[in-house]
Design a protein. Structure first.
Length: 243
């Protein structure tokens, strides 16, 4: 069984308005889609889209909105709503709530190395959506400044050694600040790092799989986990890493 490879979040989502009530009321309009992915787990299929949006009352204020929604099997995409509704799963995947809880905790503790949580909304899909009665979630957060390091090893090693050292130093600062707030992100990889070359700061994003942590846990093997060094195997000592 599979889901459709066609986009779920089509062009008509641009301009859509979403109102949040938590932690405080605000209304935002979708401006531009950055990405869309589809994942499946336990026979529940989910489309995820990331948008740039703006505050309808102060349009100069932009943010990032993640939207996650249950989608039907590809073979039933164009079936009548009441048929697609039979696939509905109203229970939200735990990763959604974990990300909101993690960002909320870090935001309340004024952690500066994560995208500040601005709002969240849990809902269910109406009859005009893909799986009537299925889950629909919105997460609103600050727009991280900088570039994503979600590139291949050629891009990473194409940086000058000095800049790679600066990235690692900024990442360590970011990891330690999050750990001092009690959390670490276990979804490790350069894809979840934003590097601001101007300020020499790093932000850690996508907190779907957090864990409790303490700053005393830091070891340089975090560089290995986060793909900030190259190595032959996981048992390689630091002196054999390619920095």
């Amino acid at each position: 069984m599979s889901v459709s490879h066609q986009p779920w979040f089509e062009q008509d989502w641009i301009g859509a308005v979403v109102t949040f009530n938590r932690p405080s009321p605000s209304t935002w309009r979708l401006k531009r889609k950055l990405s869309e992915t589809v994942r499946s787990q336990f026979n529940v299929h989910e489309a995820r889209a990331v948008y740039v949006c703006f505050n309808v009352h102060t349009p100069e204020q932009e943010a990032i909105m993640k939207i996650r929604a249950q989608v039907p099997l590809a073979s039933t995409r164009y079936y009548p709503p009441h048929v697609r509704a039979q696939q509905a799963e109203a229970k939200f995947p735990s990763a959604i709530e974990k990300e909101v809880d993690a960002l909320n905790r870090l935001t309340k503790q004024k952690c500066s190395t994560i995208p500040k949580l601005l709002g969240w909304k849990y809902s269910v899909q109406g009859d005009d959506m893909w799986v009537p009665g299925g889950f629909l979630a919105f997460i609103l957060m600050e727009q991280a400044q900088g570039i994503s390091l979600a590139r291949d090893d050629y891009y990473w090693m194409g940086m000058k050694r000095q800049e790679r050292d600066e990235v690692r130093a900024a990442f360590k600062d970011a990891w330690l600040e999050c750990a001092r707030c009690g959390l670490a992100n276990t979804d490790a990889g350069r894809r979840n790092l934003i590097w601001d070359v101007d300020t020499k700061r790093c932000q850690i994003i996508d907190w779907e799989v957090p864990r409790m942590a303490h700053s005393s846990e830091w070891t340089d093997r975090e560089y290995m986990k986060w793909q900030l060094v190259l190595y032959e195997d996981h048992y390689s000592p630091p002196e054999k890493w390619m920095w």
